[in-house]
Ligand binder design. Sequence first.
Ligand code: U2F
Length: 560
Amino acid sequence: KAVFQFDVGPLLEQVGARKESLNFMKKRIRMLAAQWASAARRLHDKLQKRRREQKRILVHVGFLTEESGDVFSPKVLKGGPLGEMVQWADILATLHVLGHSLKISVSLKELQQFLGAPPGRGSCPPTGPLPFDLIYTDYHGLKQMKQHMSLTLKKHKCHVRVIDTFGTEPAYNHETYATQNGYRTNWGYWNLNALQYMTMFPHTPDNSFMGFVVEEVNETERLSIQKNKVNNMAVVYGKDASMWKGKDKFLELLHHHMEIHGTVYYDSQRPPQVPAFVKNHGLLPQHELQQVLRKAKLFIGFGFPYEGPAPLEAIANGCIFLQPKFNPPHSSYNHDFFKGKPTSRVVASQHPYAEQFIGRPHVLTMDFGNWTTFNETIREIMELNVEPFVPHEFTCEGMLERVHAYIQNQVQCPGREPIGPGPLLFQSPFRLLPNSSTLSWALPGSAQPSWPPLTALRVLASAPNNSCVKTCQEAGLICEPAFFQYINVKEAFTALNLVCEGVELEMNHLLPAVPVEHKECHLQQDSLLFSCAGSSPKYTRLCPCRDYRRGQVALCGDCL
Ligand code: U2F
């Protein structure tokens, strides 16, 4: 049985201090210790006496291993990416606080030891049963595990969770399909259940949203923020000078209205190339950055980095985040940064989560091409009054709640994994509720249980050229890939008044669907290809949607 841990002390000892990146993570865990403890108390009360199984968990942070090159650790104090470190620190804290039994590895040697390789046998695969219920790793770690335990990895695949910042869509994950249909990248093709990939933001419902935590302010801090806000103080998003390149005109315009601050890394030999009127604090420790954000009114992004934690931290400290719209949107088809990433998702602003899930008055997204509008917007921001805000899913409690639900319910092995092609395809285990207009399906007693519970399922037909992501979104719902297996049946088409003159089985990530020009219903042949993402003018797709909790998109109303 898992017991909540209110003290992060033992975790800090376990993390050790072998690298600058681990130091950063430890400082962060310490900074958030009180919030973790109070969130744990609240979740403990919410779940009451519900039994939670304690899992044996291995966390293998592949990108921090020397064997993968570890390019991140040396840059921690020099303006390199910190978003990933923020996320791993919060994952460790979450798993610890939830009371699971943790082992942490940041080298190949530790990985081998933990997986039970007999000493001195180098990379020979371990022979005994897997000593873990769950393994959290990343793409680098997955590669290392394949080298080390290639024979058994296949067998143990369902235990793996891959922390994957930008996400992996099913079409890229399916090795044969990706290779044959132009979706092959350097990263994808692991043939996992796409829900085993866990992202930084809720990018695509095909993957699980893991997220991270943003510190909340208490009542005293809220009042002090209100009192001390400086209406003409702006902070520029970007700790590396390259992120400011080519933005001099904007900085000048902004400087007419506001005092501009930055936190760009520099050393005495190479000061950063930012205009002289900018007050550059240099790279700050996280709690000091927070103090700067508490005074500032505006946090402004110039397009890079994409989708990082900092805008949420700024909003949590009462800033307004102003960011550029991208027209056309950036994606793996047209932008170097996304090229080769296993996703077709298009990114229409620097921070789509901030734009779509938070929005006004905390977030303003605009075309930076028009200087008159830019000026007007800055003036508007100086007048606006906003409160500090953290979406529930980014609080400690929200993250604990979500990860608890995943650990207890998601992608169980064996037996409860998604069902592949089989008798289910033509023989639905479900009957349609008498009131079929609600498009609800009912679960007869004999069928296996589902998570999310099947009562949350709403089946919708997409308009041609719409993905299931969009179709569900437009109905105020979210696409739930775990439900595809239940709607991959002829009856689901009938329920939507789509007439099937015949039924065909095919491997195509847009299925189940009806081709616009035919009357045959096409069913999915391979459950690994079930995908919320993807659209074509040739298909009307069948989409499994569900409701979600306010501020916690990963969970349906009855999912906790
Ligand atoms: C993102 O990575 P970044 O590290 O560039 O993301 P940011 O949003 O800039 O911030 C990461 C953290 O850096 C901290 C800040 C954030 O939590 O508190 N920080 C700091 O400690 N001191 C400072 O002076 C300034 C910031 C994203 F997260 C990655 O997944 C992407 O790979 C990357 C590229 O798109 O962007």
